[in-house]
Design a binder for this molecule. Structure first.
Ligand code: AVJ
Length: 323
């Protein structure tokens, strides 16, 4: 038995998701440089911290995207075919979907999220507010192929991927996701996607290093989860949050930096940290309009229209599947 399997065998009855988290965290912390996946930020506490981030004065993406969805509502409604099914990849707050549902001739809404419980709760809220809308939640990992509900088979499909979540993917993963989305949505599909724009370093830096320290708590939450869910012994005061803009790679990087030489771990596996050694916890890629269009073109989509807010902080693109 290797060290990983031994560590897992020692855990008391880890369920499927806990063991996936454990395996991935052990692999990622065994790398040089160390890393952890941003998907583990989002337990209940982490999702609330993210909601708090969206209200921070420094965090512009959510406000800028909402402004675009409101100001370009007419153009967006014209892009959405009558009788369409709106398929949202990932389920955050329903604020953005509601904006589209209010103004577009959509007859069905299909939120897709790995957390079945969350997506079903969300669906119930929407059914109350949109009684004539058919809501068909799907519990699935939207980065892998999944089947759309039978009821939407004959409807024109419009994908919705807001929030610049695509920025969490490496460019080759973003390409793979866009190809897979075209496959899932089928021929003639359309897509509305929110993408954060490249901009001056100051604005980017402040958006991910807010003065109230909410982003720091969000980042540290992944260690909180390791401590609670995997019986870890990370000293939260011995790591500091840092976000830097990597201009060559067009991305914000979030890191947790060890303040000292230390050893910490979980499930019988321990990891040594040098002073100032980092755990790379997130990439948030930023695109120019042209670079995003090139990515879409290389991934089976044609850009029909690109909208931005007045300050050109954020972009929303209307894509049509090619071929
Ligand atoms: C949800 C991936 C779009 O990259 O801006 C916010 C997550 N991380 N602050 C982003 C996040 C730190 C967010 N996305």
């Amino acid at each position: 038995m290797n060290v990983h399997a031994a560590a897992l065998a020692n855990a008391h009855l880890p369920d499927k998701q806990t063991s996936a988290f454990a395996r991935e965290a052990i692999d990622d912390l065994s790398r040089e440089p160390k890393r952890l996946s941003p998907k583990y930020f989002y337990d209940a506490a982490g999702s609330e911290l993210f909601e708090a981030i969206t209200r921070l004065p420094e965090y512009y993406p959510t406000r800028a995207e909402l402004a675009i969805l409101k100001e370009k509502a007419r153009d967006i409604a014209a892009f959405v075919p009558k009788g369409a099914a709106l398929v949202e990849f990932g389920a955050g707050s329903t604020t953005k979907a509601r904006l589209l549902l209010k103004r577009c001739a959509v007859v069905a809404y299909v939120p897709v999220d790995i957390s079945g419980e969350f997506v079903r709760a969300q669906a119930d809220g929407l059914r109350m507010d949109f009684p004539s809308l058919a809501v068909h939640p799907v519990a699935a990992d939207f980065t892998a192929p999944f089947r759309l509900p039978e009821a939407s088979a004959e409807m024109p499909k419009v994908g919705f991927f807001p929030g610049s979540t695509i920025g969490n993917f490496e460019p080759h993963e973003a390409c793979r996701f866009l190809r897979s989305a075209a496959q899932i949505l089928g021929s003639g599909a359309r897509m509305i996607i929110g993408v954060d724009l490249e901009k001056g370093e100051r604005v980017l830096h402040d958006a991910y290093n807010d003065s109230a320290g909410v982003t720091a708590r969000f980042n540290l939450n992944v260690l909180v989860r390791i401590n609670r869910e995997l019986g870890g012994n990370f000293d939260l005061s011995a790591f500091i949050h840092r976000a830097i803009y990597n201009r060559e790679r067009h991305r914000i990087e979030m890191h947790l930096i060890s303040r000292k030489t230390q050893v910490a771990g979980f499930l019988g596996t321990s990891f040594s940290f040098r002073s100032s050694e980092t755990i790379h916890t997130e990439n948030s890629y930023k695109y120019s309009i042209a670079r995003f269009a090139a990515l879409a073109h290389g991934s089976g989509w044609k850009v029909c229209e690109s909208w931005t807010d007045d300050a050109k902080l954020f972009s929303v693109h209307a894509l049509v599947a090619e071929g």
